[in-house]
Design a protein around this ligand. Structure first.
Ligand SMILES: [Zn+2]
Length: 539
């Protein structure tokens, strides 16, 4: 057996949720602390197979099978350790290592990186309270940061001159450069961050892996981050996560906001479960991390077009991570404000209101489809249906995917095909029977030309026809189809008038004074005759 790097299997266990891994094969339902499903290792009808997300293991109370993500893949797919690891690495988006323990040199190198980052934070923190950082301190206080918050988040100031390059003059230059804190120029090393308000970025273990610097002179971009390094991968790092982790557990949800200042203000003003991506769009890695902590997420975006777009993207990414116990919602901060401003003007109460009004995922997706396509036309509805289908197809939990599909099928029927619904609900008036040929022709027309169905929906709804039935293909262009429906409508109307006339005539014979009413019906009949003639002679 080859030597497998313990760090790598640990990383897999850290990156992948056992609920996701098992959930791909076994539908799981959350009950209490655990997820439950029918055991894939023995035959059973009532679930006795439990999965514990926090501890990362599964256990079957029926047959005693027990293990983690790796043993699950090995046993359920009957593959060896290496194949299982490779598959899991794929799921986690990790490259397979060459199965060697981390060399001592690398461990030492990483240790040196963390030391550099920590020392840099200390320097910046100190400078914020010196003369050189006065404008930065004024700015950050102006944004509502207390000294306590500044200390807690280790906010600092990077001056215009080289402080990091000078301080670490004796450190191996390669290491310093590898942290992204310094670069090489014509005159030697220089600091990457200059005249910036500095926010350290922590990994989940609370070690500083990067910095985010905010410009203080109004220059763009507003924020620059450390470029990706061995320690720091922007796509895989969530700002504030190290501070929020326990709170997410307690609150049984996370809140995702767009900016890091928003995240800090939220954390300090009643929403400690808040995090933010790092000035970049949300990635699968971000969602994966959050879902590992908790599957209930409230995305809180700006109400503008960009915010809507970001929300749509989040909706897309979150799909594969949904479980039946997930509650994913979308909140929008309107009026051109961001959460920071809401908290300042309305306090936690105003923010709570926005969070409480968040739209659930199913409704949100439905809203995007309705806003993005012209659902009053058959073409638009087709596109919208396709769009919804693409999203729900991404749900990996089979039973949940079915639930979503049913839900949207209902909505499409009830809201987009109102006439079909009418046809189901209105009491059927006993009209002179529709013969088989007419029935098949109408069904064919309705399915082939939905526009016509929409236009004459009120009439079609009165026919005793099951429009979802299959009808043989006929050759009929749209114009003839419409003529057919109109003439059918007129004929039905005529039949009704005639039966009305018959009733009246019977009354007349019985001595009733209904001559005038008969004349009215006669006029209507002659009018319908004329219309039918015109219709038939129409090219
Ligand atoms: Zn079992």
């Amino acid at each position: 057996m080859p030597k497998y790097d313990r760090n790598f299997t640990d990383e897999l266990r850290e990156r992948l949720s056992i609920v996701d891994v098992v959930g791909r094969r076994v539908p799981l339902v959350k009950k209490g602390q655990n997820y439950w499903g029918c055991c894939p290792f023995h035959n059973e009808k009532t679930p006795s197979f439990s999965v514990n997300e926090d501890k990362g293991f599964y256990h079957c109370f029926g047959c005693g099978e027990h293990g983690d993500i790796i043993s699950f893949v090995m046993k359920s797919e009957n593959v060896d350790f290496k194949t299982a690891i490779t598959e899991l690495a794929n799921q986690a988006g990790l490259k397979m290592p060459d199965y060697k323990p981390k060399p001592a040199a690398q461990v030492a190198r990483e240790e040196s990186y963390y030391q550099i980052m920590n020392a840099a934070a200390e320097i910046y923190q100190k400078l914020l309270y010196e003369q050189v950082g006065a404008h930065a301190l004024e700015y950050v206080r102006g944004r509502g940061f207390s000294d306590e918050m500044i200390k807690h988040y280790r906010i600092g100031y990077a001056p215009k001159n080289n402080v990091i390059a000078n301080k670490f003059i004796n450190v191996k230059q390669d290491n310093l450069m590898a942290t992204g804190m310094c670069r090489h120029g014509d005159y030697g090393m220089y600091d990457f961050f200059r005249d910036k308000l500095m926010f350290p970025i922590f990994n989940a273990r609370g070690q500083i892996v990067a910095f985010s610097g905010r410009s203080l002179d109004g220059s763009e971009p507003k924020y620059i981050n450390t470029t990706d390094t061995e320690l720091f991968h922007k796509r895989k790092t969530i700002f504030g996560f190290n501070f929020a982790r326990d709170a997410i557990h307690r609150a049984n949800r996370s809140i995702v906001v767009e900016g890091q200042i928003d995240a800090i203000q939220m954390q300090c003003n009643g929403f400690p479960e808040t995090v933010a991506p790092l000035g970049t769009a949300l990635t699968e890695d971000h969602i994966s991390m959050l879902c590992k902590a908790n599957r209930n997420i409230v995305f809180c975006f700006d109400g503008d077009a960009a915010g809507q777009k970001a929300a749509a993207r989040a909706c897309d990414i979150v799909m594969p991570f949904l479980r039946d116990a997930s509650d994913v919602r979308f909140a929008f901060v309107t009026g051109g404000k961001d959460p920071d401003e809401v908290l300042k003007t309305g306090g936690a109460v105003a923010m709570q209101k926005i969070i409480d009004n968040a739209t659930g995922l199913a409704d949100f997706l439905w809203n995007i489809a309705n806003a993005g396509f012209n659902v009053s036309t058959p073409g638009g509805r087709t596109q919208a249906e396709k769009f919804i289908r693409q999203k729900t197809d991404k749900i990996t939990d089979t039973s949940l995917r079915n639930e979503y599909e049913q839900e949207y099928k209902q909505r499409i029927f009830n809201q987009w095909h109102k006439w079909k619904k009418q046809s189901q609900n209105i009491p059927r008036i006993e009209m002179p029977g529709v013969d088989e040929i007419t029935k098949n022709t109408v069904i064919f027309i309705v399915n082939k030309y939905p526009e016509i169905a929409e236009r004459y929906g009120d009439f079609l709804a009165t026919l005793k026809i099951d429009f979802d039935a299959n009808a043989p293909e006929i050759s009929m262009d749209m114009k003839s189809a419409e003529k057919y429906i109109v003439s059918l409508k007129l004929q039905k109307y005529m039949a009704r008038l005639q039966s009305e006339k018959k009733d009246l005539t019977a009354q007349l014979l019985g001595g009733a004074d209904v001559g005038e009413q008969i004349a009215v019906v006669d006029a209507k009949i002659s009018d319908v005759h004329q219309k039918l003639d015109t219709l038939i002679s129409m090219e």
